[in-house]
Design a protein around this ligand. Sequence first.
Ligand SMILES: NC(=O)c1ccc[n+]([C@@H]2O[C@H](COP(=O)([O-])OP(=O)(O)OC[C@H]3O[C@@H](n4cnc5c(N)ncnc54)[C@H](OP(=O)(O)O)[C@@H]3O)[C@@H](O)[C@H]2O)c1
Length: 261
Amino acid sequence: MPYTLITGASNGIGREFAREFARRKSDMVLVARSESSLRNLSAELSPAGEPVIHLCIEDLSDPESPRRVHQYCRDRSLGVELIINCAGFGYAGEYDSMPLEALQEMIQVNTAAMAVLIRLFLPAMIAEKKGGIINVASIGGFQGISRLGLYSATKSFILTLSESLHEELKNKGIKVVAVSPGYIETGFHARARQHPECSILPLSSPSVVVKASIKGLIKNRLHVYPTMTDFMVVFFQRFLPRSAVLKTAAFLAPLKHKGER
Ligand SMILES: NC(=O)c1ccc[n+]([C@@H]2O[C@H](COP(=O)([O-])OP(=O)(O)OC[C@H]3O[C@@H](n4cnc5c(N)ncnc54)[C@H](OP(=O)(O)O)[C@@H]3O)[C@@H](O)[C@H]2O)c1
């Protein structure tokens, strides 16, 4: 039976993906650090053992973790047909005061882990001439954002890699989607130390992202924008000078955080 592998499944958008794929009776491998959250989710989604849910407890900031995830699936002969790269986090604040540990962790979790995971699972998908990859990017990846610099750079990485792979794999039966949400109500903002209520952009629910992503996957759309606002934010950039785009991005980012300089 083909499996759906979801990273960042313990919370927010990844957890909503898991709920949706459970409704669709898809067997799954769920990846995150929080074992208790994944166990609770598994009990909620599969009380009688259907669909089959495997929990792979991994810290994706460890450069070896993608290999362990792949090995976990190989050892159990779990054929992964769809990868959803959702694990990620942000950090709001001046670059010069960003803790170096957070910087390295973000590069590893948001970019390197997903790039290596795709590389490891892709040969089997190509051999089967069938597969899908959903990469959770962000509207923040379409331009640099002052005080969210590294985060927006990691999301640009995801967008660029997704574009390349979409083109490279479209004749091999593999679909590649990059979904770019705006502000979604999850644990993301607390961890990033930002306040979405301070932005004029609306907050949406994780289910909006999941529904749009699945629709995009079925149609093999490279870029998916969960809401009309997300689409418009990216679309209107084409008509503005880059300096205006950067100013607007900084204005729209919810960076007014309490007790910060
Ligand atoms: N919320 C938004 O407004 C928004 C907008 C655009 C894009 N996104 C993107 O959406 C994705 C999901 O974020 P979310 O909003 O759902 O945030 P969230 O509620 O904070 O969930 C983040 C998920 O990533 C996992 N994760 C974080 N660090 C990890 C690590 N070192 N190893 C393994 N898993 C790790 C977390 O699991 P554990 O803590 O259990 O490890 C959790 O399941 C991220 O890539 C984010 O950049 C979010």
